[in-house]
Design a binder for this molecule. Structure first.
Ligand SMILES: Cc1cc2nc3c(=O)[nH]c(=O)nc-3n(C[C@H](O)[C@H](O)[C@H](O)COP(=O)(O)OP(=O)(O)OC[C@H]3O[C@@H](n4cnc5c(N)ncnc54)[C@H](O)[C@@H]3O)c2cc1C
Length: 506
């Protein structure tokens, strides 16, 4: 349903002719399927580049009047950043890229949607500040990650998931009202996400986010942590062959291996109880091999050598980051005691060196997009959160459904390519299973769907909180009962806030 000329003219009046287009070649660019996805997104009817919250409000009201769907996007690095159906316009928010305020005293930053990790992270380091950066890479939007989608990160053991860092926020509701949430509502500043009375924070972003299904977030404040590194990163070499080492007197990386998953789990819990370390992860092993190499050929050479399968089937990655050398020494002593108590050992020196030489794995401004390098298909699944113990139960059950896919050659033989990352010194944890598949096989498009369904069915069978209730109707109905019927609550909230169902409905 192309936009009528009248509606196009109405929208054009809001943003100006330079910032709207329905030219076929522009729309073709934004409807191109992601290489890993079998699904071709529906073409949008137009792309708009609004420059302010006031413009977004007007656009959203026009959409409500004419029954036009809309979706906000920035870098579109995930499948949910594409229109969920025909008759949709895209609000591309990259023009709204102001770092509005850095308040070093009260430790918060106010940002617009177009501010990227590469921009914010480097600026904050100059102020001695930082925040939990998603592994998405420097081009990802900070606001999208904190307020609209996902939020897990490598350093969340000593920090948290990004939704826990969300403070005051400014939001255009699905019907076009501008709402200031939290302390902002009383003109008390940006410092708090909850104001007097019932809080709206969870409507906008709970564990995951609304993927543009609940209006448009136009500005947020995020809480900041102290940064123990220098104002500028000490990088040597050029991408992709670069090294980044923080001061070894205060920063140290470790990779340990464990004989059993139970031992790795217990060590992870004990490290949290001791309240040491910035990062602790049971990390993916195939993704680690992708990060460790600079070309697809190099990856296959390394993977076929079997080193990462042998050494990193049950690893714990640990990053100690301290203010003083004495503090680092103390944390290392405690860590070594815990690793010994639970039967851990150092991994092969060749692997350890990768992380000592390049600490970017814990800083996350660079290399993470390398995990996409193989150019075939890949997708994540599970993605939910619960206690560390429960996440390991989910992990232990992975062979139940992954083995047939591997035996039939439908996915890469990497049954240990899953991660568990604790949050807030182990008070909860997140799990993710990444699978890679060859797009040259017949019916390749069925692989991700079949695999994700098998993974979800295993969770339902086992009563595991492993699969995050996704926004697609079928998946959320299937898994919702395990999460207090979250899908029914989500529907009621959607009906109340978006009665016309125009804010990117699923
Ligand atoms: C290689 C790779 C690694 C990743 N690793 C991580 C990770 O470690 N942790 C993690 O949390 N995520 C990760 N992601 C997922 C995801 O890309 C990120 O969550 C990221 O925040 C998305 O940023 P973006 O700029 O691409 O946002 P987009 O993809 O453009 O948007 C993300 C979602 O939010 C919606 N949205 C965007 N802006 C607004 C707005 N202003 N108001 C309302 N809705 C909006 C979009 O419609 C979309 O549904 C990864 C993705 C890739 C490709």
């Amino acid at each position: 349903m192309p936009l009528s000329r009248d509606v196009y003219a109405e929208l054009e009046q809001v943003v100006g002719p330079r910032h709207i287009s329905d030219k076929p070649w522009i729309l073709a660019g934004v409807r191109a399927a992601q290489p890993s996805s079998p699904m071709k997104p529906p073409s949008p009817e137009a792309v708009l580049l609004p420059g302010s919250a006031a413009e977004i409000q007007q656009i959203v009201r026009i959409c409500n009047r004419h029954g036009i769907r809309y979706i906000a996007t920035i870098s579109s690095l995930i499948g949910f950043a594409y229109p969920s159906g025909p008759g949709t316009i895209i609000l591309q928010l990259k023009r709204m890229n102001q770092l509005v305020e850095v308040n070093a005293q009260d430790r918060y930053a106010v940002i617009e949607p177009g501010v990227r990790h590469g921009q914010l992270r480097t600026e904050l380091m100059k102020h001695g500040l930082t925040y939990p950066v998603a592994a998405v890479g420097p081009g990802g939007s900070v606001l999208a990650n904190f307020a609209c989608s996902s939020g897990d990160n490598h350093c969340q053991h000593g920090a948290s998931r990004t939704n826990r860092y969300l403070l005051g926020l400014e939001w255009v509701t699905p019907e076009g009202e501008l709402v200031r949430v939290g302390s902002l509502a009383n003109d008390a500043g940006w410092f708090c996400a909850d104001g007097p009375g019932p809080s709206l924070r969870g409507i906008i972003k709970g564990f995951v986010g609304q993927w543009s299904g609940m209006g448009v977030v136009t500005r947020i404040a995020i809480g900041l942590d102290a940064w123990r590194g220098p104002p500028e990163l000490p990088t040597q070499g050029r991408s992709p062959s670069y090294r980044m080492r923080l001061d070894p007197a205060c920063h140290k990386t470790f990779v340990f291996k464990f004989p059993t998953l139970e031992q790795a789990r217990d060590a992870m819990i004990a490290i949290g109880e001791a309240e040491i370390a910035q990062a602790v992860l049971k990390y993916f092993n195939a993704s680690a091999a992708l990060l460790a190499t600079e070309s697809a050929n190099e990856f296959w050479e390394l993977w076929d050598s079997g080193l990462f399968q042998r050494e990193l089937a049950r690893p714990l990655y640990v990053f100690l980051s301290a203010w003083t050398h004495e503090e680092l020494e103390y944390e290392e002593c405690v860590l070594r005691d815990i690793i010994a108590e639970f039967g851990g050992a150092d991994v092969d020196e060749r692997i350890q060196r990768i992380y000592s030489d390049n600490m970017d794995f814990y800083i996350l401004v660079g290399a993470l997009q390398r995990v996409l390098r193989l150019g075939g298909g890949w997708a994540p699944c599970k993605l939910s959160g619960d206690s560390i113990g429960h996440m390991f139960e989910v992990g232990k059950a992975i062979p139940e459904f992954i083995t047939p896919f591997i035996e039939q050659g439908r996915i890469l033989d990497a049954p240990d390519n899953w991660q568990i990352i604790p949050l807030e010194y182990g008070h909860s944890a997140h799990i993710e299973l990444l699978f890679l598949y060859d797009r040259n096989q017949p019916d390749w498009g069925k692989v991700p769907m079949d695999f994700m369904r098998a993974s979800m069915q295993a969770d339902i069978r086992n009563g595991h909180h492993g699969t995050m209730p996704l926004r697609t109707v079928a998946a959320s109905q299937a898994i919702g009962a395990l999460f207090s019927n979250a899908h029914m609550w989500a529907n009621r909230v959607k009906d109340a806030f978006d009665p016309q169902r125009v804010s990117n409905p699923f």
